[in-house]
Unconditional design. Structure first.
Length: 71
């Protein structure tokens, strides 16, 4: 399911870029470092194609529609 893949990728990119910002300290937020651009892109990913909460709702509805037994 595409929604599951999108949430997984978005959450991982947020975790990785957030850690990179922490490693760079205050310099991570300046435009002189690529990590700043990557962090902004990762944050946009959670909003651009549908918020993570909306995608979670879609996944829940799809699972509920199957009756929860995996059919």
């Amino acid at each position: 399911m595409a929604a599951v893949a999108k949430i997984t990728c978005n959450e991982m990119s947020n975790r990785v870029t957030s850690e990179a910002i922490q490693l760079h300290g205050g310099f991570g937020f300046t435009d002189e470092f690529a990590v700043s651009r990557l962090y902004r892109g990762a944050r946009y990913g959670t909003l651009g194609g549908g918020t993570s909460e909306t995608l979670r709702d879609l996944i829940g509805q799809a699972d509920h529609g199957r009756g929860g037994d995996g059919r």
